[in-house]
Write a protein that binds this ligand. Structure first.
Ligand code: GRF
Length: 203
């Protein structure tokens, strides 16, 4: 299975996928990594010899144009490998993918989110869980639909919130579960345990 991973930040989830894919027994390969900015996490792709691209929203007239440019880059890198369809993995991309982009790749388009959706959608999930006084939160890997963090859930993992802990500490503890959850979810898609065209196989 070919993966196109999209990031905006440090890319520790990307790093986990690259580490997993270094094992020939893992049924997926990262064939390209894209970002909306000069993300520090692109360095993980460079270190692994994986092509990267940056498609800046500021360089596009509209969000739809940005989505088309992003899709074009993914296709260019994907079709350079072979004709197999690609799985797009949003792993810390801090942008909402426009409807045209979602339609172009759905259902081969997944996201990881640091909360137990449908709780705490949006860009500040960890902060929101703390502010709400949640005693438990976690991480969700889901199929991306045209909403914000609203697509069907594939896998979830739970984390107990420690009273008074910082957003950074809680987010790092969430990521400790998130990285293997994402690796395992991609594996399940690659080996057919999850058939993204058949929601009855989602969890
Ligand atoms: C992840 O927790 C992801 O769920 C959230 O942003 C974080 C990105 O972390 N959207 P990293 O860049 O993979 O380290």
């Amino acid at each position: 299975l070919k993966l196109a991973v999209l990031i905006s930040g440090g890319g520790s989830n990307l790093e986990a996928l690259l580490a997993a894919a270094a094992d020939p027994a893992y049924p997926a390969r990262v064939v390209c990594v894209g970002s909306d900015t000069d993300a520090p996490g692109l360095a993980h792709a460079h270190a692994a010899g994986v092509p990267t691209f940056i498609v800046r929203p500021a360089d596009a007239e509209t969000r739809a144009d940005w989505g088309r440019a992003l899709a074009e880059e993914i296709r260019r890198h994907s079709e350079a490998v072979d004709a197999e369809p690609i799985l797009v993995v949003s792993a810390g991309l801090m942008r909402i993918l426009p409807p045209g982009f979602v339609d172009a790749f759905s259902p081969r388009l997944i996201n990881t989110h640091p909360a137990l959706l449908p709780s705490f959608p949006g860009a500040h999930a960890v902060r929101d869980a703390l502010a709400a006084g949640a005693t438990e939160t976690g991480v969700t890997v889901h199929v991306i639909d045209e909403g914000v963090d609203t697509g069907p859930v594939l896998r979830q993992a739970r984390v107990q919130v420690r009273p008074g802990e910082s957003e950074t500490d809680l987010h790092e503890r969430i990521k400790q579960l998130e990285r293997p959850l994402l690796v395992d979810t991609v594996r399940a898609i690659a080996d057919g345990t999850i058939d993204l065209t058949d929601p009855s196989t989602y969890r």
